[in-house]
Design a protein around this ligand. Structure first.
Ligand SMILES: [Zn+2]
Length: 412
């Protein structure tokens, strides 16, 4: 291991690694090992502090990229592979008020602690595998919500996106908890999870837009990926394999399926149409798949909780047909369960109320946009817990009327 000097311009967008390591197979790779307590500013203006290093056993996303043949793929870190290796847990020190509001709303509806994990400490090869795989795991560990990002290239939008996945599940019950039955089958697990996030991401972006987050980064991401893939294809570099083609088909359907979630200007449309033209010439089946996906978005409303799973099912079926793998929804998908321990984050509030009810009360306050200052009264009637939300006169918020509401949450 050789130590390099950490001298770089924080604002030029380049973040040279501070460590060079030799991996098990003898290749040299770069990674970022910042000591605990170290504070740095990333190119997007996020001020970040390394708090400590910890080992994680989570990761709900299969760490697999389809163009790398199975068996050859390796996530290496000091010659070891995550999730068995220690990764830095970081703090975002200067969040914007809107990001802070979102994080707080997630924090008060669950006993779990939000943990920001930095993937920049894994080797360069592994970061390439991880790219685009920012993830949130909130059901796998009883006491933690793990948000994995690469701190060198992370902007507010990425952080908000991952938090919004958790928010949507906990507060609006909007998520698909099914997974491919055999997680060791990376290709098939990827087909399922990528179809699910493709649909779920629409609602995530919609809610973020409503909260005033910029759609700029996601627009750039979409347009650049399509454009760069088309340029590469035109020069003879075609995607490896059908799984990658499904990724391109999904991207290509986006501008027609959900244009409202992007800020697409004329230049963007020029690039998108150019990409479509190239793909149509070189990969007509992929363009046909993208059209089928767009049609599904016209048939099913991704915002509807009853139609969203149907939309996901149909896209999963299309994917498996495209990659030519046998698949049956009822046989190959299993339900995952939330691992949770109900510790009390708010011991001083409503002291005689079980913690899970406190979290339910907070969910209700957020979901119904009840104004700050709304009072909560608890009553036990015939073994049932009744929760009264009492709006206060002249309260500031979406709902102004001074009236009380009784909400029976559940009997105990
Ligand atoms: Zn997402």
């Amino acid at each position: 291991m050789t130590q390099k000097n950490e001298s770089f311009n924080l604002f030029d967008g380049s973040f040279p690694s501070n460590i060079c390591v030799l991996t098990q197979d003898g290749t040299e790779t770069n990674c970022f090992l910042r000591p605990s307590g170290y504070n740095y500013l990333n190119p997007y203006g996020l001020s970040l502090t390394v708090r400590y290093y910890a080992t994680f056993h989570f990761m709900n996303a299969p760490m697999y990229m389809p163009e790398i043949p199975k068996g050859e793929y390796k996530l290496s870190y000091h010659g070891d592979n995550p999730p068995g290796c220690p990764l830095p847990v970081i703090s975002h020190v200067n969040p914007s008020p809107r990001l802070l509001k979102l994080a707080k709303e997630v924090d008060i509806v669950t006993p779990k602690q939000i943990c920001l994990i930095d993937a920049s400490a894994v080797s360069e090869q592994s970061r390439q595998i991880l790219q685009g795989m920012n993830s949130a795991s909130w059901r796998e560990t009883p006491d933690k919500i793990s948000i994995v990002i690469d701190s060198n290239v992370c902007h507010e939008g990425i952080m908000a996106h991952e938090l919004m996945h958790v928010w949507l599940d906990l507060i609006e019950d909007y998520e698909d908890h099914r997974r491919y039955r055999d997680t060791s089958n990376g290709k098939n697990a990827f087909a399922v999870i990528s179809a699910q996030s493709f649909v779920l991401d629409c609602m995530v972006q919609k809610r973020l837009k409503e909260r005033g987050f910029s759609m700029e980064y996601f627009t750039r991401d979409l347009v650049d990926s399509l454009y760069e893939n088309a340029v590469a294809a035109e020069s003879g570099v075609l995607p490896h394999g059908s799984s990658v083609e499904t990724v391109i088909a999904r991207l290509l359907s986006r501008p027609w399926a959900v244009p409202e979630l992007f800020d697409l200007g004329n230049d963007d449309w020029d690039k998108i149409r150019y990409a479509k033209r190239i793909f149509k010439k070189l990969m007509p089946d992929t363009v046909y798949l993208s059209k089928q996906i767009t049609k599904l978005f016209k048939r099913y409303n991704y915002e509807s909780k009853s139609e969203m799973p149907r939309l996901i099912d149909e896209i999963i079926n299309l994917h498996f047909r495209y990659i030519d793998e046998p698949f049956e929804l009822s046989r190959d998908l299993i339900m995952t369960h939330d691992q949770i321990t109900y510790s009390d984050k708010f011991p001083n509030k409503l002291p005689n109320v079980p913690p899970q009810i406190k979290y339910e009360i907070h969910k209700r306050l957020i979901r119904d946009k009840l104004p700050t200052g709304t009072k909560v009264a608890i009553e036990w009637i015939n073994g049932n817990l009744h929760v009264k939300f009492i709006l206060q006169p002249n309260s500031i918020g979406d709902r102004q009327a001074p009236k009380s509401e009784v909400v029976s949450i559940w009997g105990l």
